[in-house]
Design a protein around this ligand. Structure first.
Ligand code: ADP
Ligand code: TYD
Length: 208
């Protein structure tokens, strides 16, 4: 199916099932005949994947929140220019694991209120919101234990601990009310197949 491109993002705390579910949705949409590009942040283009290593590995205090805003936004700008906008212009559905809402939460809330700086830099350098955002809502303790069981080097944010995850969960739910036109909240505590069918139903209804 061709036509206008659609930009769909997945958000939620670490371990909420975004990566699992975005792959399931990609498969469902491809089976329904859609042309899908699956991507992620930080990353999604060669330059942005290089920045990913800088921000996700190392000590939690490696960067200040302000420096992180610049690094995540630099990565996002490259990703937008080289991956997202060309795919949308070609009429594809872009599924992106995290986007600017993650910066609004992780950099905008976690170390003081920097939300206004995040939003200003976003409008200056990015200027694009998703058409639809799937928020997988989840109890932070379960999310963190799922995320920790993965054992990767990319644990800088998980190492901030459960307090951060609780703050992020509440922040994402607040954001879903602020941007109620594009956010849809899914219950991530269900088993994988039930979460997948809730997401598929929601997205197919929006695309129709
Ligand atoms: P995220 O991308 O949000 O961090 P993942 O999709 O990587 O989350 O999931 C984190 C871990 O939890 C993975 O090991 C995954 O297999 C598992 N998982 C994902 N969804 C569920 C679920 N609904 N129930 C139980 N385990 C899940
Ligand atoms: P991700 O790879 O999605 O991790 P997870 O699968 O554990 O959810 O994202 C890695 C981390 O990057 C995650 O802890 C959140 C953080 N992050 C930010 O702090 N700001 C951002 O703008 C983005 C996109 C991610």
């Amino acid at each position: 199916m061709s036509g206008i491109g659609r930009f769909i993002t997945f958000e939620g705390i670490d371990g909420s099932g975004k990566s699992t579910q975005i792959h399931r949705l990609a498969e469902t949409l491809r089976n329904a005949g859609h042309n899908v590009v699956l991507t992620r942040e930080p990353g999604g283009s060669p330059g942005a994947e290089d920045i990913r290593k800088l921000v996700l590995e190392g000590d939690p205090d490696r960067w200040s929140a302000e420096t992180e805003i610049l690094l995540f936004t630099a990565a996002r700008r490259d990703h937008l220019e080289r991956t997202i906008l060309p795919a949308l212009a070609a009429g594809k559905i872009v599924l992106c694991d995290r986007f600017a809402d993650s910066t609004r939460m992780y950099q905008g809330l976690s170390r003081g209120d920097l939300r206004a700086i995040v939003d200003q830099l976003h409008s200056l350098m990015i200027g694009r919101e998703p058409d639809l955002t799937i928020l997988i809502d989840m109890d932070p303790a379960t999310g963190l234990s799922r995320a920790k069981s993965r054992q990767t080097a990319e644990e800088r944010f998980e190492d901030f601990g459960q307090g951060l995850q609780e703050q992020m969960r509440k922040g994402f739910l607040d954001l879903s009310r602020q941007y109620a036109d594009r956010f849809r909240v899914i219950d991530g505590a269900q088993d994988i197949d039930d979460v997948a069918s809730d997401i598929a139903r929601t997205v197919l209804a929006e695309l129709a």
